[in-house]
Design a protein around this ligand. Structure first.
Ligand code: UDX
Ligand code: UDX
Length: 458
């Protein structure tokens, strides 16, 4: 079969994998190849056991794999044969040198640009999928055009807004697709080619265009706004716990104002995930760079409140459990940073686990999808930690349960059975407010929700 165009994606991760699976699934006329330097990851994509868990992903990949969706480690061949290259390599926060702990580490991304320049033999459209600091596309253009070669490259910014756990749904039915480009004739033509791909399944009025810098900045700002809502509601949980107000009632009343909206107001132990903290710190760094101290301080506050919320969770546990956790056995319900994913990057559960072991508590970690990642995250942590998928087994003989992830299974457990198997007094700290607190209290638990009055038997 001859294909209309060859699409290549460099980076077979949480973003590149699902995005390309959907493009291939929706556009059989394009050949889509995903390459990665990590051969183990590519082997997994080529097997029936995909490297990431995402509802609906298995079916989507299965329908397209071998037809017009291919996974490979041949980056050089992939570049040579492609017309359009999506770049979806990771851009973690720098952990060395200038901007350490804040700026984006662009080394993989720059290496990728150099690889493209080296192996390209014809015109290519380069699509930035990774979330990057503003003006990175400009740097990519410079790298690509820094030889005598006649080959022309058009660089577009096309940030991905999918959330993990709902990636397939988000990709199939996006709120918007944003494409940033330059205004040159060639760039506008490249932009139209990308629009043509998305228009196979996204309504045309949801595909919006902007200049390249607005597009890059929009992604950072969208994540900063989302995270800010969580820090805003979480900051109020502390006040609710002091005043007997109930965060669920406050969030409902506030969210019913249509100007505010009801989504993303779930109080929690804190936000996690690979993007929020990284992107906000990136924004903070950018503002500092331009001398905008007030603006950078404002956004940094979102991350500070998130750190405070996690530490507050520990302090609440301590004060509820008679000011010492040493020797107590604590079961974590969930380790993933949110439900329906096995991803644990920046999960609040990592911080909570480390702090609990510092307090000399013994940990039993339970999660339906994230135990493997949890073991890697806590590798080398000094303390007694065990891993058990079954929540009944995990909580038996424990002093307390701490809910870290809003997995639905935890809301529907037989808590009478769990109560009977635990050490008394038995405690539950609900970092996601997913449990029936009144009912747990009636069973005999001492219950500590987030941003609601505690229900205790003493
Ligand atoms: C990444 C970025 O972290 C995020 O900022 C951006 O918005 C989307 O891309 P994600 O897909 O979640 O997010 O990252 P990850 O799952 O780590 O995947 C990146 C992949 O790129 C890895 O499989 C890695 O092996 C690969 N990679 C990295 C390359 O193929 N080449 C490189 O030079 C570096
Ligand atoms: C986020 C953005 O939503 C997405 O658009 C972007 O492309 C990548 O970053 P993701 O991190 O996968 O996606 O998940 P998201 O659903 O946004 O949740 C992030 C964190 O916030 C999770 O830890 C989640 O549990 C927490 N959260 C979310 C809350 O604590 N309360 C809420 O009301 C919503």
């Amino acid at each position: 079969m001859t294909f209309k165009k060859n699409i290549l994606c460099i980076g077979a991760g949480y973003v590149g994998g699902p995005t390309m699976a959907i493009i291939a699934y929706k556009c059989p006329q394009y050949k889509v190849t995903v390459v990665d330097i990590n051969s183990e990851r590519i082997d997994q994509w080529n097997s029936d056991n995909l490297p990431i868990y995402e509802p609906g992903l298995d079916e989507t990949v299965k329908a397209a794999k071998g037809r017009n969706l291919f996974f490979s480690t041949d980056i050089k061949g992939g570049i040579k044969d492609s017309d359009i290259i999506f770049v979806s390599v990771n851009t973690p926060t720098k952990i060395f040198g200038a901007g350490s702990g804040m700026a984006a580490d662009l080394q993989y991304w720059e290496k990728t640009a150099r690889q493209i320049r080296k192996h390209a033999e014809s015109h290519k459209i380069i699509v930035e999928k990774s979330t990057l600091p503003v003006k990175t596309a400009l740097a990519m253009e410079r790298i690509l055009t820094s030889t005598d070669s006649e080959i022309h490259f058009d660089v577009l910014s096309n940030p991905e807004f999918l959330a993990e756990g709902t990636a397939i749904k988000d990709l199939e039915n996006p709120d918007r697709v944003l494409i940033g480009s330059r205004e040159t004739e060639s760039a506008l033509k490249a932009r139209d080619e990308l629009i043509e791909i998305y228009a196979n399944w996204v309504p045309r009025d949801r595909i919006i265009t902007s200049n390249i810098w607005s597009s890059e900045l929009s992604k950072l700002v969208a994540n900063a706004f989302l995270a800010q809502r969580i820090s805003s509601i979480n900051s109020i949980t502390a006040l609710c716990e002091k005043t007997d107000a109930d965060i669920l009632e406050v969030a409902r009343a506030v969210g019913m104002d249509s100007r505010v909206g009801s989504k993303f107001l779930n109080a929690s132990v804190g936000f996690g995930g690979s993007c929020f903290k990284k992107d906000i710190l990136n924004l903070v760094y950018l503002c500092r760079h331009y001398g905008l101290k007030e603006v950078s301080d404002y956004w940094e506050g979102v991350v500070r409140i998130n750190d405070y919320q996690k530490e507050r969770f520990i302090l609440n546990m301590m004060s509820a459990m008679f000011n010492t956790l040493a020797g107590k056995k604590i079961c974590l319900f969930g380790f993933a940073y949110k439900a329906n994913t096995g991803d644990t990057r920046e999960s609040p559960a990592i911080f909570i686990s480390k702090r609990l072991t510092e307090e000399k508590a013994e940990l039993v970690i339970s999660d339906p999808k994230a135990l493997h990642n949890a073991m890697t995250d806590l590798d080398g942590v000094d303390g007694k930690i065990s891993y058990t998928e079954d929540p009944y087994e995990a909580s038996a003989n424990c002093d307390a349960i701490a809910v870290m992830t809003e997995w639905e299974i935890y809301a529907n457990l037989d808590f009478e059975k769990i109560y009977r198997s635990m050490i008394k007094p038995a405690f539950i700290f609900d970092g996601r407010n997913i449990l029936d607190h009144e009912r747990l209290f009636e069973i005999g638990f001492n219950v500590f929700p987030t941003g609601k009055p505690a229900l205790t038997h003493f």
